[in-house]
Design a protein. Structure first.
Length: 125
């Protein structure tokens, strides 16, 4: 039993140097209207810090992307005004020692993709 535990402990997945940022993929390959819900859909590419608003026919109606440093988006949604807001984490080891604890932020975009504001939890509004 101890030998099996030692073999598990020696596997590389127990160590991590962070999750690599990935770009959005190619998207939907087959579009079946019978299998879709009506209306627009907000799709988040967490590792790319990108959100896309997809029209009912599958085309990209709008797109928003965070500027570096950005590690991933934890959550994003559209406000009643149509502006998107995202909760993210940056990966900037020179600026923060622990990006999970101190690298969090909330960012609001305008409808046309410009950053309206970006705040970290310790910043005043």
């Amino acid at each position: 039993m101890e030998e099996r535990l030692e073999r598990l402990r020696s596997l590389g997945y127990l160590d991590s140097s962070g999750i690599p940022t990935q770009a959005p993929g190619r998207g939907v390959q087959v579009f079946d209207t019978a299998q879709t819900c009506p209306g627009y859909a907000l799709v988040i590419f967490a590792g790319a810090c990108t959100a896309q608003l997809l029209a009912p026919d599958g085309r990209i109606a709008r797109s928003w992307k965070a500027e570096p440093p950005c590690h991933r988006w934890e959550h994003a949604e559209l406000l009643p005004s149509g502006d998107p807001i995202a909760v993210g984490a940056r990966l900037d080891e020179e600026a923060v020692s622990d990006p999970i604890e101190s690298g969090r932020y909330v960012m609001r975009f305008s409808w046309d993709g410009k950053v309206v504001w970006r705040r970290q939890p310790t910043e005043a509004c």
